[in-house]
Ligand binder design. Structure first.
Ligand SMILES: [Zn+2]
Length: 175
């Protein structure tokens, strides 16, 4: 059975909507990818060009399209905008779309949330060789919540697997 949020929409809307939502989330993940390693806040402070410091306009913040229109360069100073931002936005959109088939099992939103967390962790690891324990902990907690929230509480393997992942995380934090 489709999740109520998707089942009542015309065909095509969930696909486009999940892609747009994913790209927007991916844009936020791109900011997190740049800011978290240097200890900067991811909720305050306007997005700005790393080259000239100019605050980005609303048009320059449109995920994917602004990068393509500007050919990956700042409109003011011409400095390159790294492909990591585009990777985050396309990856976020891809996860949104790829999660849609799970709507039949009522798991699309959960899959998106878990997938976006995994995307950020994977890119943090790739770019900075850094896996923040707090984010890994959030992922483990999210997985555990999803496992327990599912109607099929008999799915012991999911619960046990996530509990083991959580235990490993606690041991890592204490080690
Ligand atoms: Zn610039």
């Amino acid at each position: 059975m489709l999740e109520p949020a998707f089942s009542s929409l015309p065909a095509g809307v969930p696909l486009v909507g999940s892609a747009i939502l994913g790209a927007i989330v991916g844009s936020f993940l791109g900011a997190a990818l740049e800011r978290l390693p240097s200890g900067r806040s991811i909720v305050s402070g306007r997005s700005a060009c790393d080259g000239c410091g100019k605050a980005l306009t609303v048009v320059e913040l449109v995920p994917v399209l602004s990068w393509l229109v500007q050919a990956g360069r700042c409109r003011t100073c011409g400095s390159r905008i790294g492909g990591w931002q585009l990777a985050c936005e396309l990856g976020g959109a891809g996860i949104g779309v790829a999660s849609l088939p799970l709507a039949r099992d009522g798991l699309a939103l959960a899959a998106m949330l878990l997938g976006w967390q995994l995307l950020l962790l994977a890119l943090l690891d790739l770019r900075h060789l850094w896996l923040p324990r707090l984010l890994v902990g959030w992922l483990a907690a999210s997985g555990l919540l999803v496992a327990f929230a599912r109607a099929r509480v008999t799915d012991d393997a999911g619960v046990i697997g996530t509990a083991l992942a959580g235990a490993c995380w606690v041991m890592q934090c204490c080690g």
